[in-house]
Design a protein around this ligand. Structure first.
Ligand code: FMN
Length: 183
């Protein structure tokens, strides 16, 4: 994995497209704290996401205490250097809870990036332990825990190869020949 020096100036925000481009899954944090007002701003971005029928079937738990972070780090050992972990809690009685939770999660990742913090969408290792984490966090049985999102000051900004635009963008119609066969 390629890395770039963590150069974003915290305390400022960046343009939307810059944040989209800069956002990468950050898995190395310095251990520095993130001010509460920044965490609130990040959660506010999650709250403002699009949702099916505007049901907004989400709640967010912000975990900052080291003891609690330690209990959750079985989802990813490197989380113990994060300043906070956000648990995205969903109400599955809404038909689009999964899409809505994903939209909120993406807003949270982008807002974190815009404020200069690293974050990571942690679902792969969260869902298999959902019941265990719900117990630790006191989440009611009828709710779903969709993602855990560690947030922190990044040691570095990782770079990830992305498919080029011309491989995924089609105008008007799906191409008749496979895209990667295009000369
Ligand atoms: C649905 C979903 C689940 C993910 N689960 C995990 C996870 O459990 N652990 C992890 O380290 N990263 C997880 N990620 C982050 C992906 O590995 C990452 O987004 C992908 O490798 C692309 O890298 P980038 O985010 O830096 O662009 C997840 C991402 C998504 C969207």
């Amino acid at each position: 994995m390629l890395y770039e020096k963590a150069s974003c100036k915290r305390g400022t925000t960046m343009d939307t497209f810059e944040a989209i481009e800069k956002r990468r899954s950050v898995r190395q944090y310095t251990g520095e704290p993130v001010p509460k007002k920044d965490l609130e701003k990040i959660i506010d971005a999650g709250r403002l996401a699009a949702s099916g029928s505007n049901k907004q079937p989400w709640e967010f738990i912000v975990i900052t205490e080291a003891e609690m972070i330690n209990k959750l780090k079985v989802a990813a050992l490197w989380m113990d250097r994060a300043a906070a972990i956000i648990a995205v809690v969903m109400d599955p009685s809404s038909r689009w809870w999964l899409e809505d939770g994903s939209a909120a999660t993406q807003n949270i990742l982008l807002a974190s990036t815009a404020l200069g913090y690293g974050s990571c969408w942690l679902e792969g290792y969260t869902l298999p332990r959902e019941e265990e984490f719900k117990g630790i966090l006191g989440i009611p049985k009828e709710k779903k825990l969709l993602t855990l999102i560690p947030i922190g000051v990044p040691v570095q900004w990782p770079k990830k190869e992305k498919k080029p635009l011309d491989m995924v963008l089609h105008w008007e119609k799906y191409p008749s020949q496979p895209v990667n066969a295009k000369g």
